[in-house]
Design a protein around this ligand. Structure first.
Ligand SMILES: Nc1nc2c(ncn2[C@@H]2O[C@H](COP(=O)(O)OP(=O)(O)O)[C@@H](O)[C@H]2O)c(=O)[nH]1
Ligand SMILES: [Mg+2]
Length: 205
């Protein structure tokens, strides 16, 4: 659920990067952070290249306004390991928008499906409909010589036709396109939320 600071007319939303381990979630956030040097990124409990506790990167998009509200996004990634199921659930539970980073490597296709099922199961356990949380797909590692083509991944993972972006996150390709799709969904969420939380006053007021 978005967080409002009405006195400052600020609205904050959580964008959570989910997907199979080593799919490129941390790489996406590092690329974004590199463009926002004023924001610090926390990589929690990282061991080698495994992100154990998840990443956290808050960004304030001062220019991006939602009916006069300043929009803030906190970007985070879920930890992939089995033993972090509780913290994965907690991060996903709080998501306003989910970016699912899928791995184009042919040997990671089962991992993509498991991770997507896991996201859906966690949301269902929280009583949130799968369609109730806006989702963006990113088909990462398109540079691999034997990469599964993005159209094929789209047919497999995204029958609902959610926004999808082909990416080479390591080179920054597709990272900001993905973020832009997530931002569009976040703006729409923020508008919906504000319309409910702050109904317009009667014209005579
Ligand atoms: N070839 C290739 N490797 C990538 C790409 N994006 C990330 N990687 C590599 O995949 C590995 C896992 O990436 P990481 O961001 O840590 O994955 P995470 O577990 O989802 O956070 C790292 O070695 C990255 O350098 C990409 O677009 N192409
Ligand atoms: Mg990571």
């Amino acid at each position: 659920m978005p967080n409002l600071i009405a006195s400052r007319r600020q609205i904050s939303l959580r964008v959570v990067y989910a997907g199979p381990g080593v799919g490129g979630k941390t790489t996406n956030l590092r690329q974004i952070q590199a463009q926002f040097p004023e924001f610090r990124m926390a990589e929690l409990a990282t061991a080698g290249e495994r992100t154990l506790g998840g990443d956290f990167l808050p960004v304030a998009l001062g220019a991006e306004r939602v009916d006069g509200w300043e929009l803030k996004l906190s970007l985070s990634s879920v930890p992939g390991q089995i033993q972090y199921a509780d913290s994965r659930a907690a991060v996903l539970k709080a998501a306003d928008v989910i970016v699912f980073v899928a791995d184009s490597h042919p040997l990671r296709q089962q991992a993509n499906l498991y991770a997507l099922d896991d996201v859906r199961a966690l949301l269902a356990a929280e009583g949130r409909k799968p369609g109730g949380v806006p989702l963006v797909f990113q088909y990462n590692k398109c540079d691999l010589p034997d990469a599964i083509p993005p159209e094929e991944l789209d047919a497999r993972l995204n029958p609902g036709g959610a926004p999808a972006v082909a990416a080479v996150a390591l080179d920054g390709v597709g990272v900001f396109e993905t973020l832009a799709e997530a931002l569009d969904l976040a703006v729409a969420e923020a508008r919906r939320y504000l319309a409910r939380a702050m109904p317009p006053r009667a014209a005579s007021a």
